[in-house]
Ligand binder design. Structure first.
Ligand code: AMP
Length: 146
């Protein structure tokens, strides 16, 4: 997308700006914490989406969720990494938008969320919109207006 004025940006549909699902690191809600930790570590992110087998959005998992879940009174209980599933420890509160919704709503949601999960009309995950993209688009737009 090239530079657009602020008014037009606010009315851009977010599917034009999102990172597509094929380039997003995510885990399945049935995966073990061990697998989730591997994906988080390999991706370099501390927070990623959790999907179900139908590509529906179930939650968000963070390294903090995993560390807390395996922390016992006598230290880290690493056996739990293989025993617990993502579903048991993830957050179910997911900032989400439909792919046809407009930038302005994403702008508002980005105040409180580093990324927003994007879904299609059938509630299948199609990508994420990051705060970085939102800020970069705003910056480009404000700058181009001099
Ligand atoms: P950013 O605004 O680029 O710093 O991204 C904000 C957050 O979005 C990151 O901290 C991750 O939690 C998430 N994120 C960004 N890109 C990806 C990706 N390709 N796969 C999974 N999560 C991502």
């Amino acid at each position: 997308m090239k530079d657009v004025n602020l008014g037009a940006l606010m009315e851009t549909v977010i599917s034009e700006l999102m990172i597509p699902a094929s380039r997003v690191a995510f885990v399945d809600n049935h995966n073990s914490l061990e697998h989730a930790l591997l994906i988080l570590t390999q991706s370099g992110y501390t927070s990623i989406p959790v999907l179900n087998r139908q590509s529906g959005i179930e939650g968000i998992i963070t390294t903090t969720h995993i560390i807390r879940a395996i922390l016992g009174v006598r230290g880290y209980e690493t056996d739990k990494l293989g025993e617990l599933t993502v579903d048991a420890v993830m957050s179910r509160e997911v900032p989400r938008m439909k792919e046809t919704q407009l930038f302005f709503r994403a702008f508002e949601m980005s105040i409180n969320h580093p990324f927003i999960c994007v879904e299609d009309a059938d509630e299948r995950f199609v990508g994420i919109l990051t705060r970085k993209t939102v800020l970069a688009k705003l910056y480009q737009s404000v700058r181009s207006q001099g």
